[in-house]
Write a protein that binds this ligand. Structure first.
Ligand code: AMP
Length: 141
């Protein structure tokens, strides 16, 4: 299992040093709510074994991440009543990657939204984080 470089924000979340709204966890992946959500239910999936981006992750690790993404998509969609979902991973600063730790965004969508991957959303209020976390966990049952 590769460790994230010291100070890496998602590494600190994985180690429990920083709090996060965990929605799913297994031995290879960890999923939590994005703190600046583009839409309600915006979730990030990361591998437990550190990779800076998709190119530095093994095929097996990527498969584990995508299995978690696939598992969470219907649960998140149901939890927030979304009509569709965008899954994306930014690779490199030029592409908008701000956290150097591989992560897949799961962004619930509606036909009327106008999300932009370049503009962060508003900070997630605690109460909403708790509510959406609970709804996704319920949907996973
Ligand atoms: P990217 O720009 O593709 O690297 O995405 C990084 C994402 O991480 C952004 O959507 C941020 O809102 C999100 N983010 C940054 N810090 C945290 C944090 N402490 N907890 C949850 N999400 C975070």
């Amino acid at each position: 299992m590769r460790q994230a470089p010291e100070g890496n924000i998602f590494g600190r979340i994985l180690s429990g040093e920083l709090p996060s709204w965990e929605v799913y966890s297994d031995d290879q992946t960890y999923a939590f709510l994005d703190i600046f959500p583009q839409n309600p239910g915006h979730t990030l999936v990361i591998p437990r074994s550190y990779a800076e981006n998709i190119l530095e992750s093994s095929e097996a690790e990527l498969a584990a991440c995508l299995a978690t993404v696939r598992r969470l998509m219907p649960a998140i969609t149901e939890a927030v009543g979304a009509k569709g979902v965008t899954v994306l991973t930014n690779t490199g600063i030029a592409a908008g990657q701000t956290v150097p730790y591989l992560h897949f965004h799961i962004i619930p969508r509606s036909t009327s939204d106008s999300i932009s991957i370049y503009n962060p959303g508003e900070q997630l209020p605690d109460e909403e984080g708790r509510r959406i976390q609970g709804a996704i966990r319920n949907s996973l049952k």
